[in-house]
Design a protein around this ligand. Structure first.
Ligand code: GDP
Ligand code: MG
Length: 738
């Protein structure tokens, strides 16, 4: 009777495969060659509690790339013959190097059992391995054996047989390879899946990784199967290779290997391995990590790093931000002088220059922030931040792998929740993934950052860096609390163990920093020039039309006429003829009166506009957190994109006061406005931080989860933000009143 299940023995050379194979199969073995190559193929039969299992001894390999015939034979056998289970024999005395191959089996997704061999040798060398802990962290069965004496092999095979009878789908594991590679891998994977390129045998992400590793054999297979798709993939691989060369002077293969080793290291350092004899072989990276990821010093260093980053960003961006703001003021004044009053001027000045200019004005700040973050990321420090956060995250029902999505979304300031939501794909547990996905929009993304910077620069100028640090901590705190709440209610479930990649520290190259910084800054600028511009114009129209009824306009005209009639003819002539700078006191009074009437009229027009009426209607709710109707318009607009909050405030306040003599930047206008105080600003900041994710994020959540969750996220976040902002405003008012 032909045995049904194939069990493949795989592992590094000299891990003990042949020893195990011989002890399992005894005389029931057959030696031949793999078809087409002279690599020895051994097959045999093992009786597991009476059930025969076909055992195949694969050639020993260190990896599954196409570097050697053995590697190609091994992986071709795996994908073509589809053994039910791999028994991965791992040399316990060289665990770190041996697990490298294991990573690649994980990515292939074949059911895997780890045979932790040579535990006797390891013990002799003073290495103690906690197999249960290793099994928990890897999410795989790990069974300690001594192949030479046969100890533990019966249990091992029983476990393998158990897995083999469970005919399961391959479940490829997704390791993270850093932001650059993950991004392109995602795109390549989508492309491969769409084209169905070799996907009947290979997992899509695995194929994409092979393209990045420049695997000739896979690339040739790809070309034969679908030349167009293969060419596109090769292009993408070349693009990211050039990019890595330019930024960190390395190749994707090296980057991938680094991350695999990082993954292994972080498993091993979580109590899996203990050395009885202290090995003095600490590498520089490990030595730095002794301080930077120390349980007590680590968090202190982290807060110091953040504070320094914020401080540098605010300090050095202040002047250029002012210059840009002056530049846009000058532009507005010039256009006002050149274009006759009317809808066109209003559109240009209030809609476009104030709207888009307000957003573009923050480019220096964004640029510096991105540069700082690029430095932290390229140096490898961000991975350590994630590593340290794990303990805290677990207490809140999240996963260590949730940290990276948080950081991508703006956990440090200035990211974006869209890639953040997509980055949650590396989480294996669906509930932990949902909890992460729903809370990443709480981070201070690059669109919220200018709004926060603007408000803090007006009302808390002396402590901007400290306030931003506080807001960062608040964002993380609320995100964790919300996650805990979700995990206790709608997303109840088990926690899964955490393994985090710790790549070695690297000194970032200057060129690399510039490229990373510029890419993100350019995205910000491009968004301002496209999406923000479009929505600004739309909102301007909604804030301008339908205009005042004729009767009201006539009333204002009458008021003006009365003011002119009340003044003596000489004063009127002086007012009409001379420039506004050198008026006599009486004429200046007349001018002020007329400006006041104009302002009243434009405010009335704004109130009467579509957006104005909506904003006023919302005041029935927003009086609680202290938002006026202009702010309401900005907040509703902010749903389209959070930058819109600045541009809409800019438009709203400039529409309301087109004729004010000293029209200045939004910052000056808000600082002057009687409605605004540090308390209103703080309540608004809190609301902006936590209310509904922007439209793009909502769509992304729908794609990654479902529309139900998108709607949930909008409602949940807005309610939370409203409660928090009300709390801040009302408690603050109380405290101030005392
Ligand atoms: P392969 O290259 O993976 O087929 O490895 P082999 O089965 O040829 O084993 C390599 C060497 O390790 C041989 O000398 C084995 O006797 C020895 N060996 C295998 N398993 C054990 C074990 O559990 N303990 C010890 N001490 N030696 C082992
Ligand atoms: Mg052998």
């Amino acid at each position: 009777m032909a045995p049904q299940s194939i069990i493949a023995l795989a592992g590094n050379p000299n891990a003990g495969k042949t020893t195990l194979f011989n002890s399992l199969t005894g005389s029931r073995q057959h030696v031949g060659n793999y078809p087409g190559v002279t690599v020895e193929k051994k097959e045999g039969v093992y009786l597991c509690d009476g059930t025969p299992l076909r055992i195949v001894d694969l050639p020993g390999t260190y990896s599954l790339t196409a570097y050697s015939v053995e590697e190609v034979v091994a992986r071709d056998f795996l994908v073509n013959d589809r053994p039910q289970v791999i028994v991965n024999i791992v040399d316990a005395a060289n665990l770190e190097r041996n697990l490298y191959l294991t990573c690649q089996f994980l990515e292939l997704g074949i059911p895997l059992v780890i045979a932790l061999n040579m535990i006797d040798v390891a013990k002799d060398r003073g290495i103690e391995i906690d197999a249960a802990r290793l099994s928990q962290l890897l999410g795989l069965p790990v069974l300690p054996i001594i192949a030479r004496s046969g100890q533990g092999t019966a249990d091992l095979m029983r476990e393998a047989a158990r897995l083999a009878t469970h005919q399961q789908e391959w479940q490829p594991r997704r390791l993270s390879y850093g932001e650059d590679l993950d991004q392109i891998l995602m795109e390549m994977e989508a492309r491969i899946t769409a084209a169905g390129l070799l996907t009947d045998t290979h997992p899509a992400r695995w194929l994409a990784i092979k393209y990045l590793e420049n695997d000739e054999q896979i690339m040739a297979m790809g070309r034969r199967a679908d030349p167009d798709c293969a060419a596109a993939l090769a292009d993408m691989a070349t693009r990211v290779t050039d990019h890595l060369q330019a930024t960190v002077a390395t190749y994707p293969e090296a980057m991938i290997a680094d991350h695999r080793y990082g993954y292994i290291k972080s498993i091993l350092r979580q109590g899996v391995m203990s050395h009885a004899y202290d090995t003095d072989r600490l590498y520089t990276s490990d030595r730095i990590d002794r301080v930077l990821t120390n349980r007590f010093l680590g968090p202190v260093c982290m807060v110091a790093v953040l504070l320094a980053l914020y401080h540098v960003t605010f300090t050095y961006s202040q002047l250029p931000v002012e210059w840009l703001s002056d530049l846009f003021d000058w532009l507005a004044a010039t256009v006002t002088a050149l274009v006759p009053a009317g809808p066109l001027r209003s559109l240009l000045v209030a809609g476009i220059i104030k709207g888009v200019g307000g957003v573009l004005g923050f480019v220096p700040l964004i640029l510096l922030m991105f540069m700082g973050i690029a430095f932290l990321e390229d140096s490898g420090y961000l991975a350590r931040v994630a590593f340290m956060m794990d303990r805290i995250f677990r207490a809140f029902g999240l996963h260590g792998s949730s940290v990276m999505p948080y950081i991508v979304s703006g956990g440090i300031a200035g990211g974006c929740a869209v890639p953040g939501v997509m980055a949650t794909r590396t989480l294996r547990s669906p509930k932990e993934r949902m909890a992460t996905l729903l809370t990443v929009p709480f981070m201070n993304c690059g669109a919220k950052l200018p709004v926060l910077a603007l408000l803090t620069s007006i009302f808390f100028a002396a402590h901007q860096a400290q306030i931003l640090l506080l807001l960062t901590l608040l964002a993380w705190g609320m995100a964790l609390l919300a996650a805990k709440f979700l995990r206790l209610t709608v997303l109840r479930g088990e926690a899964t163990p955490f393994v985090m990649e710790l790549p070695p520290y690297r000194l970032p190259t200057f060129k690399g920093l510039l490229i990373h910084t510029w890419e993100k800054t350019w995205q910000y600028i491009r968004k301002a020039g496209t999406v923000i511009l479009g929505i600004s114009i739309l909102l301007w129209a909604m804030m301008t039309y339908p205009g005042l009824p004729a009767a009201t306009t006539a009333q204002f005209a009458a008021q003006r006429a009365t003011a002119l009639a009340a003044a003596s003819p000489a004063v009127v002539t002086e007012y009409q003829q001379s420039g506004r700078a050198n008026l006599s006191p009486v004429a200046r009074q007349l001018a002020a009166r007329l400006v006041a009437i104009d302002n009243q009229q434009s405010e009335e027009a704004l109130r009467h506009s579509l957006a104005g009426r909506f904003g006023i209607a919302l005041e029935t709710l927003t009086w609680l957190p202290g938002f006026d109707w202009r702010t309401n318009i900005a907040l509703v607009g902010g749903f389209a994109a959070k930058e819109i909050i600045i541009s809409t405030l800019g438009t709203a306040y400039s529409l309301g006061e087109v004729n004010r003599e000293e029209t200045g930047s939004l910052a000056k206008t808000l600082a002057r406005s009687p409605h605004w105080s540090p308390l209103t600003a703080m309540a608004l900041i809190v609301f902006i931080m936590f209310y509904s994710p922007c439209f793009a994020t909502v769509v992304c959540i729908a794609r990654e989860a479902s529309w139900k969750w998108s709607l949930f996220s909008m409602a949940f976040n807005t309610t939370l933000a409203f409660l928090l902002a009300t709390l801040v405003y009302r408690l603050g008012s109380l405290c101030l009143a005392l």
